[in-house]
Write a protein of this length. Sequence first.
Length: 295
Amino acid sequence: MSGGIPGTTLPGLPSADRCLVMGVVNVTPDSFSDGGQWYGADAAIAHGLDLVAQGADIVDIGGESTRPGAQRVPREEELRRIGPVVTELVKAGVPVSIDTMRAAVAEFALEAGAHLVNDVSGGLADPQMPHLVAAAGVSYVIVHWRGHSHDMYSRAVYADVVREVRDELSHRVEAVVAAGVDPRHIVVDPGLGFGKRQEHNWPLLASVADLGMLAGGTFPVLIGASRKRFLGTLLADPDGTPRPFGGSDGATVAITALAAAAGAWCVRVHQVPFNADAVRVAAAWRDAEPATRRP
């Protein structure tokens, strides 16, 4: 089967015969979608527990904003933000993913009990990250990335975005496998919005079924479209004013259903309940389709 391989089993993470749902906890004051809402440790921990109660299979914790134009925070500050949140959610039995580009931050989270490293740079920002992941034997999300947030759009130039993203992801997969990462533990993410303009995101979404076929293998696919700017632009008012980030949750649910039906392994979302419904609808849809028509 092509695409994201629903039912894929990764170390320490849930497995289901449907697309998984990853809930987002941004422990930051400036994330594009909900900056500051879960900034304090107590609020972030409570939010993570709420996401699980609402149906999240995995909780993704990040302490550094990657919104367009964002400047990096010091490593110590990132650690201060995520430390108690990761520790307490792991203690509560939550499957935790750490959203970071720094090996030192990932190392802390893995030692605390996280089972997945979600690296938006795909190992390019910190060359030690693949070695850390390999030594820990955990799963690794490799996101397509062309540079840090402060200048990502200057790199958003593509002749064939689907082919180029797949080629560049293939190179990253080959590089991290060469560094010792078990290919059975790799997840790939096309990096919607990261170094991509609106016209680049839609062809990638339309190609979910093929995005995981890379470097001689087939890898689970994670899709992170939730509240991205291209949705607000699509849903703009007649005068061209983009829909506010929180106003695109309905569109996110639509993408979740389509991506899950196309075979995505997991969707990363800010609002869980309706997306948890959508992946179940998509699973029923896939089960009812003739095998010859499935992606």
